[in-house]
Each structure stands twice: as structure tokens, then as C-alpha cells.
Ligand binder design. Sequence first.
Ligand SMILES: Cc1cc2nc3c(=O)[nH]c(=O)nc-3n(C[C@H](O)[C@H](O)[C@H](O)COP(=O)(O)OP(=O)(O)OC[C@H]3O[C@@H](n4cnc5c(N)ncnc54)[C@H](O)[C@@H]3O)c2cc1C
Length: 416
Amino acid sequence: MWSNWSGNQSCDAQVQRPVGADAIRALLRDTTGVVRPVGAGHSFTPLVPGAGHLIAPAPAGDNPIRAIVQDRVRVDPNVSLKTLSEAMAAQGRAFRNLGDINVQTLAGATQTATHGTGRSLQCLAAEITGVQVIDGTGERVEIASEDLPGAQVALGLLGIVTEIEIRTVPAYNLRRRSGVRPIEELIGAMHDNWDTHRNYEFFLLPHSGKGVGIAHDPSDAPHGRPPADLDELGVFFLRAAGALCHVHPGLRRSAIRLLALVMSDEDYVGESWQVLCATRRTRFNEMEYHLPPDSARDVLAEITRLIETRHTDVWFPIEVRQTAGDDAWLSPFQNGPRVSVAVHMHARQVYEPYFRDCEAIFRAAGGRPHWGKLHSLARRDFEILYPDLPKFDALRARLDPRDRFLSPALAAWFRP
Ligand SMILES: Cc1cc2nc3c(=O)[nH]c(=O)nc-3n(C[C@H](O)[C@H](O)[C@H](O)COP(=O)(O)OP(=O)(O)OC[C@H]3O[C@@H](n4cnc5c(N)ncnc54)[C@H](O)[C@@H]3O)c2cc1C
């Protein structure tokens, strides 16, 4: 029995862990029906269930790095971003950017266009310069350069990814600074902050009038000691304050204001991959839409109003980031930068009514959903949002002519 991180997706199939390309080919040859690749199971959408066999390729050795040529590193993509970051650091290299956590596999993260934040920084998939897959016919295929934009973000529909070549940068240190600010200041200054800082993001704390801004900038200063995990402490406190609402709404507001007062500012320096990524222990479900940057201000005002009027039980922070554009056919960042707004509910809370109302706002603003996070879009919506979808369909038909990787849920989105 497999289930994802938040527990909202599950299926009966066992996860099989073939070692090496030949074992994956044999598994495809010796089975029938739908097979789905799986990484660390950190997607909320039905990308994995619906298959008789789940494949999570196992590492072939201790070192995931297969080759380094100038700034490009060829790796085993079926290990975690953390393992890869450590291996790269030993060679003086680093990912240019990373998201909030690093337990995902590189294959899983890139197949859904996982992103961090930074006005000039693209999503991880856009850094890919080469992809090797075992396709639906069991052939080992190095994706041709003209098809690469189709394979960078592909939801595991073109084959089991067995090697990725990715652009990297020399290892670097970042200074992390965070502080509590009024919501109006965070929203009003967001574009200036993206202009000023290498990485910038902010979280709005519902019912408080406050939020937390987080900036990362290159630094040569000595490493500092990371403070206690403020993200987790904050979430713990917000949850407890949320419960007070049932006693009296004013009590919650006072408790959250107190949190905002006692949350100390962070300021420390460390290796990029350690400073950018945190641990998320509190399980949640999430929806994230990537929006045209000019619409972000109005969308945030509408979401804040929604929480204060219709969804007063929401206590999880709203996360706001920006990612540079790229040209991958299924990238939500295709053809220009996007501001990403993410809403969350605790894994044991009912999330549908809140997410449904947020989604209406995101869609009216022209947003595209994160492939790994909850949404209700259908094939006709993707046809409008992704002009290169027909090219992707043609590539998928070539690499997986018998639909070995097409589960029923994915057929609803990807069968023309
Ligand atoms: C706590 C948490 C924090 C998160 N933070 C961020 C964030 O900061 N930024 C962001 O953008 N997203 C974030 N996400 C979403 C997450 O990065 C994506 O959903 C990502 O796809 C998960 O990677 P995974 O390794 O768990 O892959 P899975 O969820 O297991 O799989 C994702 C997709 O990749 C495919 N796949 C996996 N392995 C292979 C392979 N070898 N070959 C072909 N296809 C494969 C799967 O079939 C599936 O379609 C977060 C999710 C959680 C739960």
C-alpha cells in the first residue's frame, strides 16, 4: 500500500525498487497495464495512483554524480535533492536555487516544475540540459535537444527518468534575514523586495494583519548557527491560536498578535542548500497557483478578505514567491515570470470549500496551477493554458505509444 506525504493520495500497489536501467527495462517487459514512476511522494495531485506497479528506481551506488563537465553535472535523479546537494558541495558545486524542502527526488521535483523563489531564478526543471529515460517500449532513450522542453516537466508520462544533466553554480553561501511586518507593507513592497534580494518570499499570517518577509542574499561572512526552527514553531502556535477561535474570535486575534511580537528576526549565514531548505513536520494539503505578477496584489487582497469573512477557520499562512520564466512546454512559468500564491490546510482539516473559493480567484487572475498541488482543472483548461500541449501530446505518443504510463486520472488531462 502506497500513500503520499499528506495522506490524500493512496493506492494498493507495492513500490518496486529496480536497480539500474536493465532492471527497469525488465520490469516494464515482464508486466502489463499501467506503471507509474514515484519519487518521494510529496505531490498532492493524483500523479501516482491508478497503476498496478509503482517504480522508484533505487540508487546504483553511493555517489549519485555520474559526470561533471564545466557547469553541468550529470546525476542519478532518483535520490533526494539533499543527497545531491551534499554530493555537489563535495565537488564545489550547488543548485542555483531550491524550494522550501529538499527531501524530494530530483526526478520527482523537476517533473512537476518545483520552484523556489527569486525574480531572476528559474524553476529547477528549466536548469535541465539533458534527460535519459526508459520509455514506454522499454528502450533507453537520450531525449533529443529539440524535445528537451517537452521532457523537462512531464509528470512521468514520457518514461522512467534514469539520468539528468543539470546546470549548476559554484558552491555559495547565503545570508538569511527574516522579520515580522504589517501585511500592507509586505504586499506594497513585494516587487521592490524581489528587485533587491536574490531570493525573497513572504508568508501572510491569517487574522493578524501581519506576515513574515524572508530574504536570502549572497554573503562572504562567517557561517552562523541556524536558530530554532521558527517555521514549525510558528505553525504550532497558529494552530493552537486557531483552536481559541472556538472560545472567542478576539482571543485568537490577540494570541496571533502576541506571536507576531515574540517572533524574533532571523539573521544568519550558511551554505545555500542548507539555508534555503527547511523541514516540514506538520502535514498539510496545499493549492498553489502561478499568477501574472501584476495580478498578485489584488489576488492577495481577495484571499485575505475571503479568510476574514467566509473561511475564518483557516490558520495556515499563505506563501508568496516569484519565479523567472522559461520555455518548457508544460512549465507553468512558460513565457514569463509568475508570482506563486500557495494556500494550505492542516492534513486533518476539510480543505475543499476554502481551496474551491481560492481557485476561483486564482483562475480569474489567469493563474496556472502547480502540477503537484491541488487543483480542479480539466483537459480543456490545459489546452488554453498550455499552447504547446499538442507538441507534448505528440512526444508522449512517440515515447509511450501503448500508454504504459497513462493512469486514468492522467488520461483525463493528457488524452487528446
Ligand atoms: C512539505 C512540502 C513542501 C513542498 N515545497 C515545495 C516548494 O517549495 N516548491 C515547489 O514547487 N513545490 C513544493 N512541493 C511540491 C513538491 O516539490 C512536488 O510535488 C514534487 O513533485 C514532489 O517530488 P517527489 O520526489 O515527492 O515526487 P512524487 O510526488 O513522488 O512524483 C511527482 C511526479 O514525478 C514523477 N516521477 C517521480 N520519479 C520519476 C522518475 N524517475 N521518472 C519519471 N517520473 C518520475 C511522478 O510520476 C509524478 O508525476 C512541496 C510539497 C510538500 C509536501
